[in-house]
Design a protein around this ligand. Structure first.
Ligand code: ADP
Ligand code: MG
Length: 701
């Protein structure tokens, strides 16, 4: 049988598995074919050359091997509660073995007085050590050099009931390898790639993943399998992006016209940073290319993304198209609106706002202007994607702080014109680059990796809530210099009364502590108009302190604010703390972020706070965040996810290999645009097989 046929064979036909267990394996682990089975890798290995003594065993050891003798058996309990216990002695101490079933078999097989090597998981109970269902092997038969490492596979309760525990799965996999014996699995990577990156062959790597004899074998195998996984992941993503670009024609914004030039010469209040210039350049190239743009603009908080967005919008307008800027909250939409309107004053451009609070005649007016094309730039919230909003000729959509928008909402934008408009997605959610290029892998990514000149890094301090006197002194100093301060309270559910009470108490405390200043209040329970008024009052410096919930987390821009106090900081995640901190340090003045926590903190909370105090680098914070939480949790990536699950590689730990694999995938795509070169035959057929299984891409992200 050819290897590919054998690999695709249903495991039901594998010796020792059969239809019933095959069904369990399919539903529990998604294993259908022999290939799936061979790609089900151990999650750990126990080194069988290491034998401990009982005296060395301590709590927290996951598995240990001991060598000694059973000195006696004892049967306890009746019927279903019956269990067999054995006392084991190795010269240094005693441990207890327990079996809850298979009692007769155990007593018959393992003889008192003979020497065994035992593998088991120690549990500590009342001062003695016990092993439930240990594995025993006669010491004289035990040859660790044959199977140095013992693989352990993940199993479920259902699998165990079907006699598919880790050991039995090991057996099944060994059987599968026997079946492969003469027909090695075909190499999936082209030889020039394997050579260039010094990768072990697939067939040996697969074997060594399950049954390595030395650490080096395992390391080489892991390296190869990780590479393969990341290579195909990147290939799938890059290929998808390439095809999408070929498929969708984009509007061509060839002209740099009046609006853009006039804005650049007369309106731009500062010199763009080099990073901003580079990104504007990248966007212009996209918009002029005739392909539909799908670009992620990634820039840390305060890096000046709004300006870049505006310039892209002006390009659209200059070429006879409308542009639209979408923000996740009303506050932010209103703020963008007033900034943009002010900045474009005197230009031949009508800017309008559309949110849930724009009602009645006003709303009709805006909608009419959008439909007849007289509104060149529409700023708004989700309201802009409602079916009642009809653009005459929408050419560009900018989505700010994209993690707040779901994939579906973004997809709705596509129906707003005959051809899909260009899309620019802006985010400050710090995502490590390697992850960005994977999760948003089919988007082009631009990065503003530089803050405007003259910004001083924010100083971050940590105070315990019972010792806030120095904090208030600091606030007083800043306020006396005419600066402003935010005091933020967590609010998990806007309806939670106790949280709102915290905020009210905080408001009262601030009013009392700083009688000479005016204190504002902002939370999600307020009416949109009240919120807007509170925000505007702060912006106009009529209030000096703003006590708020996380409504202000995203995007708000008050450059005169220099103090950010975060109460109950232990209740925030790293990404959120970083976002909140980004509300200060937006002008030329030294700014401060103060994290206030209780005294008792968990280990991870302490680390989170420590990281915040140590660095303001969004990328570093993102990496640390991933380490603490795992990639599945990362804000804003759950919904997009990876096109398929990674089994061996890890997007954080194997970041470097991810870049290498991407480079290799690019090489292959470029060398073989028609996907028909013989040396890539296995690459394309492997990719097709993977896609058939479980690739999932969405239209925009
Ligand atoms: P974000 O990237 O967080 O959305 P914004 O676009 O709100 O940042 O910009 C933050 C602040 O920096 C704003 O006050 C903006 O006017 C200012 N700004 C943007 N670009 C520059 C620049 N090149 N030089 C100086 N200030 C800038
Ligand atoms: Mg912003």
């Amino acid at each position: 049988m050819a290897s590919s046929a054998f690999l695709q064979q249903d495991i039901a036909y594998l010796k020792g598995i059969g239809p019933a267990r095959a069904k369990v394996l399919l539903s529990e682990l998604g294993i259908r074919t022999v290939r799936d089975l061979l790609y089900t890798f151990p999650y750990k290995y126990v080194d069988r050359t290491v034998v401990h003594t009982v005296s060395q065993v301590h709590e927290g050891m996951p598995y240990v091997q001991l060598k000694g003798k059973i000195i006696g058996y004892e049967l306890e309990g009746q019927g279903r509660k019956q269990r067999l216990k054995a006392t084991f002695f190795d010269g240094t101490g005693y441990v207890e073995f327990v079996w809850f079933n298979g009692v007769k078999y155990v007593e018959k097989s393992y003889k008192v007085g003979r020497e065994y090597v035992v593998l088991g998981k120690p549990t500590f109970w009342n001062g003695h050590i016990s092993f439930a269902h240990p594995e025993l092997e006669l010491a004289e038969n035990f040859k660790p050099e044959v199977h140095t490492f013992r693989p352990f596979y993940r199993t479920t309760e259902r699998m165990k009931r079907a006699r598919l525990d880790s050991r039995q799965l090991t057996e099944a996999i060994a059987q599968a390898f026997k079946g492969l014996a003469e027909s090695e699995p075909e190499e999936t990577l082209p030889s020039y790639i394997a050579e260039k990156y010094n990768l072990a062959p697939l067939s040996t790597s697969l074997r060594h993943m399950h049954f390595p004899r030395q650490t080096e074998e395992l390391a080489m195998a892991e390296r190869r399998m990780k590479f393969e996984e990341l290579f195909f992941l990147q290939l799938a993503i890059l290929r998808y992006a390439k095809n999408r670009k070929l498929k969708y024609r984009g509007f061509v914004f060839a002209r740099v016209g009046n609006c853009f030039m006039q804005f650049y010469r007369e309106k731009l209040p500062f010199e763009l940073t080099e990073a901003q210039k580079r990104v504007v350049h990248e966007i212009r190239a996209d918009l002029g290319s005739g392909r539909q743009m799908n670009r992620l603009l990634h820039g840390d908080v305060g890096s000046g993304k709004t300006m870049v967005a505006l310039m892209a919008c002006l390009l659209a307008v200059d070429n006879g198209f409308q542009a639209c800027l979408m923000a996740p909250t009303e506050i932010l939409a209103e703020q963008h609106f007033s900034t943009l309107r002010q900045m474009t004053e005197g230009l031949p451009l009508r800017v309008e706002l559309l949110t849930g609070s724009v009602k009645g005649i006003r709303r009709d007016e805006v909608l009419r202007g959008v439909a007849d094309g007289s509104v060149g730039l529409l700023v708004g919230t989700h309201a802009v994607i409602e079916p009642t909003v009809n653009f005459l000729n929408l050419g560009l959509v900018v989505i700010d702080e994209q993690h707040r928008f779901g994939v579906e909402q973004r997809a709705k934008l596509w129906s707003k014109n005959v051809h899909p408009p260009h899309v620019l997605v802006m985010t400050a959610t710090p995502i490590p680059r390697t992850l960005a290029m994977t999760v948003y892998g089919d988007l082009d990514v631009s990065v503003i990796d530089q803050l405007p000149a003259g910004r001083k890094p924010i100083r971050t301090l940590h105070y315990y809530s019972n010792n806030c006197a120095p904090l208030y002194a600091g606030m007083r100093r800043e306020l006396a210099q005419g600066r402003q301060a935010y005091v933020v309270y967590p609010l998990i559910e806007e309806s939670e009364k106790s949280d709102l009470k915290n905020l009210e108490d905080g408001f009262a405390a601030m009013t009392e502590l700083f009688p000479e200043y005016r204190v504002g209040k902002l939370h999600g329970k307020m009416k949109p108009q009240e919120k807007e008024e509170a925000m505007q009052a702060f912006l106009r410096r009529e209030t000096q302190i703003l006590v708020s919930t996380t409504v202000i987390e995203v995007g708000v821009n008050v450059p005169n604010a220099t103090v950010m106090v975060i109460e109950d900081a232990e209740r925030f995640g790293l990404a959120q703390l970083h976002q909140l901190r980004g509300r200060v340090g937006r002008g030329g003045n030294q700014s401060y972020c103060v994290l206030v926590t209780g005294y008792k903190l968990s280990e991870t909370t302490r680390r989170r706070i420590g990281i915040m105090v140590e660095t303001t680098d969004g990328f570093r914070i993102a990496e640390e965040d991933l380490k603490l939480r795992g990639p599945g949790d990362l804000e804003g990536t759950q919904q997009s996810g990876l096109p398929f699950d990674l089994k061996v590689a890890n997007v954080v730990r194997d970041a470097e290999m991810m870049s290498v694999a991407r480079e290799a995938a690019e090489t292959v795509l470029q060398a073989d645009p028609y996907e028909n070169l013989p040396q890539h035959h296995m690459v394309w057929s492997t990719l097709r097989q993977m896609k058939d299984r479980n690739v999932n891409f969405s239209a925009i992200s």
